[in-house]
Design a protein around this ligand. Structure first.
Ligand code: HEM
Length: 196
């Protein structure tokens, strides 16, 4: 809603996929199955950029069950608690550059927008890492691409509160306080126009 050019670019990508040869032979009811992280690098980049700003697990902590020395030489005695903040790490200018505070999905793209860049888990710890990596990461990506593409393609969203800045609730999973009230209007298109 805030970045109109982003929804425009998502719709361009949807249009490209719907116009592809594969779409011609796909059941019109199942067209969203063509919306995948591989076929839609821009939508994936939008998802990652949204996760960068609003990581659903904004801070993390673990406790050492036994004394351990981390790979960088830091010694942790038994029982030590380590806390890190993905929310802050995701906004670090050292990692993301001077425009870290700008919502810019393009930062995730390479090769003329055809490839999504990956970041190390220490730079982008949104899905955690190592042996406790999120088991649903791939599932989240697949579903997010379908949902973002389908929603941007089928609807226009207008903020219902004049677009005031939203704040997060204090919580383990960063929900938006008061939700995101908006008016939703269906876009009228005819899917047959993408068929020969
Ligand atoms: C955007 C979506 C998601 C994000 C950002 C996310 C993030 C995370 C994070 C940060 C952890 C580590 C928690 C910790 O150990 O402190 C985690 C663990 C986990 N996630 Fe997700 N998650 C997402 C979606 C999902 C989905 C869709 C599923 C399952 C269908 C899932 C299943 C799990 C499981 C089973 C673990 C525990 C892994 C373990 O400790 O061995 N997640 N997730």
């Amino acid at each position: 809603m805030k970045h109109r050019y982003v929804s425009g670019k998502i719709r361009n990508e949807v249009e490209k996929v719907l116009g592809s040869a594969e779409a011609q032979s796909t059941d019109p009811q199942n067209l969203t199955t063509l919306f995948t992280p591989v076929s839609m690098p821009y939508v994936m980049a939008v998802f990652y950029e949204a996760l960068r700003f609003y990581p659903p697990v904004p801070f993390e902590f673990k406790q050492a069950e036994q004394a351990v020395t981390l790979p960088d030489g830091t010694f942790l005695p038994k029982g030590a608690v380590v806390l890190w903040c993905p929310w802050a790490m995701n906004r670090s200018k050292i990692t993301w550059g001077d425009d870290a505070d700008s919502f810019r999905p393009e930062r995730w793209l390479a090769d003329g927008g055809t490839k999504v860049l990956s970041r190390t888990v220490s730079e982008f710890p949104v899905f955690n890492g190592g042996s406790r990596t999120c088991l649903g990461k791939r599932m989240a990506e697949v579903i997010a691409v379908q949902v973002i593409a389908a929603m941007a393609w089928n609807f226009d969203f207008v903020p219902a509160d004049g677009g005031v800045d939203r704040v997060s609730k204090t919580s383990l999973t960063l929900p938006m306080e008061g939700g995101l009230p908006c008016f939703v209007k269906a876009r009228t298109r005819n899917v047959d126009q993408y068929r020969e």
